[in-house]
Design a protein around this ligand. Structure first.
Ligand SMILES: *Cc1c(COP(=O)(O)O)cnc(C)c1O
Ligand SMILES: [Zn+2]
Length: 550
């Protein structure tokens, strides 16, 4: 698949690499993927009928070179449901609900997480950081677990407990920041910078925008199937796209999807965009209504709907403002109470139980129809962005999150940030080296370790490489396979024991092989534990690891 990354500010184009997050020429963080649209326009429509029904059906238009089906949880291609009862109530018969609750972790962040994790996995990344108002971290956690990646999830203490526990359940480290979401993002970002970890950059993440655009492709394909099933392309588009926003990544991506389809001749027009915010944190709405080109920030959000609590939208506002203006759309805000009422209406009239953030979109829809801005004859798609899920408190026990207080006003912001960071995690984690020739086994061991504790994990694919790595890094613990090319585990152990620097490092031998008496004899006294590969699923393995790292 061929695509390039173009800088929105200086136009420079560069190849894609997920960890390079700025333009190599001007340093801008705002860049965009571009594909060979002419070729795709010719070939992709004919392929769609035989493709699986998930977001990878549009893979030629996604920034992943070789989509890894083993990571997929069936993301994308959520139903487009006609809201018959709401339509009757509101006198607007063509209201459709894009039901993103039906994604694998019940929110539309599954698109972002599935595409981003696929790209990161392709780039060999094994640890990442995300600040989140809940759903991003839940979704990234689910995909990270499949990909064998560790996620540091920074959330504000206002995120509902059920969501935090869901994150912890997937094996991510939850860091609870007492402070605003914008402060939480700062701490996460500094933590990632210091440890040189990949960090999700919200709307500036290429994969996130690209993932969100599949919503547009699906809406056009599904709407055509409902309204004009036998008509060839161009596909149908709605008159309106309505979504509750926080940072605005959703509509920015969805707009790009419509624009690409228009460029390729798949649709002949782009819908009007209606981003909706919660009144207590509506910097974009307020700034747009005042005609401002840059957003005024809200430093102290006053909404109970934490999912939407981005007070400082940064440049996302400039992009979204242009989208709204170019499509003859509107920004609108609604109160928390309006959103809660809309949730009830939606549940009672359409059988759809949405989370409060999605309620904001529906409250916005009601408001825009009553104001006559959305017309009775308009076709409207509302993104029902998410559904809350409970993880019972009793299954996790204690210690599943770490609490960090973003310090008070007496300290300078710099002092505050430093003191928050020292509360997040120690400077140095115990270092473990896995020496194992099968990639899958290495990934499994890594995943078991990283989902249950904080370790720095390094890997080697054969005995020779492993020995070099061990001598260079002097880890706290080695997990060693026996049967490997180049140099087998027995020889590695002998070499380790013969060298004073490495002689005392504890070794756990992990092997799929039944050992002979003779082999057991060769290991005797030289290693701390012997594990058959099937043993990894019991707690003994971690107990062993923890007791050896002291
Ligand atoms: C993230 C989120 C939003 C806001 O999305 P953005 O497009 O990033 O502003 C809305 N609703 C739910 C359920 C979300 O998880
Ligand atoms: Zn540039």
């Amino acid at each position: 698949m061929s695509f390039t990354i173009n800088c929105i500010d200086c136009g420079h184009s560069a190849p894609y690499y997920p960890t390079s997050t700025t333009c190599p020429r001007c340093g801008s963080q705002w860049r965009e993927a571009e594909y060979d649209y002419e070729a795709i326009a010719r070939t992709l429509p004919g392929k769609l009928t035989s493709r699986r029904y998930d977001l990878w059906r549009y893979r030629e238009l996604l920034p992943v070179r070789d989509p890894n089906v083993s990571l997929s949880l069936g993301e994308g291609c959520t139903p487009l449901i006609r809201a018959v009862n709401l339509g009757m109530m509101l006198g607007c018969p063509n209201i459709f609900i894009k039901d993103e609750r039906q994604g694998p972790t019940s929110s539309f962040k599954d698109r972002q997480a599935s595409v981003t994790i696929a790209a990161l996995k392709e780039a060999g990344i094994t640890e990442m950081v995300a600040a989140s108002t809940g759903n991003v971290a839940i979704s990234y956690s689910a995909y990270a677990s499949r990909a064998g990646m560790k996620l540091w999830a920074f959330v504000t203490s206002l995120v509902p407990g059920v969501k935090m526990r869901e994150i912890a359940l997937y094996g991510s480290q939850v860091i609870k920041i007492t402070g605003s979401y914008d402060q939480c993002k700062q701490v996460a970002s500094e933590f990632a910078r210091q440890r040189n970890l990949y960090q999700d950059m919200g709307a500036r993440t290429i994969t996130s925008i690209e993932a969100m655009k599949t919503i547009a492709f699906e809406i056009a394909e599904q709407l055509t199937a409902v309204l004009e099933p036998d008509s060839p392309m161009p596909w149908k588009t709605p008159d309106w796209y309505v979504q509750a926003i926080s940072g605005g990544m959703g509509p920015i991506g969805v707009y790009k999807g419509f624009r690409e389809m228009k460029n390729m001749g798949w649709i002949d027009r782009i819908p009007a965009f209606a981003p909706i915010q919660a009144e207590g944190c509506a910097p974009m709405v307020a700034s747009w209504k005042k005609g401002l080109e840059k957003a005024e920030t809200v430093t102290n959000p006053k909404t109970r709907i934490e999912t939407l609590a981005t007070g400082d939208p940064g440049r996302a506002y400039e992009f979204l403002r242009r989208i709204v203006n170019d499509t003859d759309g509107v920004f609108e805000s609604v109160s928390d109470d309006d959103a809660f009422r809309a949730m009830h209406v939606l549940a009672k009239m359409e059988g759809i139980s949405a989370e409060p953030a999605a309620g904001v979109a529906f409250a916005g829809l009601f408001k825009l129809i009553r104001a006559g801005i959305i017309k009775p004859s308009d076709t409207v798609v509302v993104n029902c962005t998410g559904h809350t899920m409970p993880a019972d408190p009793s299954i996790l026990g204690d210690n599943w999150s770490r609490d960090v207080k973003y310090p008070s006003a007496e300290e300078t912001p710099q002092e505050g940030l430093l003191s928050a960071l020292t509360q997040v995690a120690p400077e140095r984690f115990p270092k473990i080296i896995i020496v194992e020739d099968t990639t899958e086994a290495r990934r499994l061991i890594r995943r078991i370790l990283q989902s249950q504790g904080n370790f720095t994990i390094l890997e080697a694919g054969n005995g020779r490489e492993g020995l070099d790595l061990i001598q260079r890094e002097l880890p706290d613990l080695i997990i060693l396979d026996l049967m490997m090319p180049e140099m087998d585990g027995f020889s590695v152990i002998e070499a380790l024991r013969a060298n004073q620097e490495t002689a005392a490092i504890p070794v756990i031998v992990a092997t799929a092989k039944e050992l002979t008496q003779d082999e057991k004899g060769r290991l005797g006294g030289q290693i701390q534990a012997l594990m058959q590969k099937g043993d990894f699923l019991n707690d003994e393995f971690l107990e062993e690891v923890k007791s050896l790292i002291k």
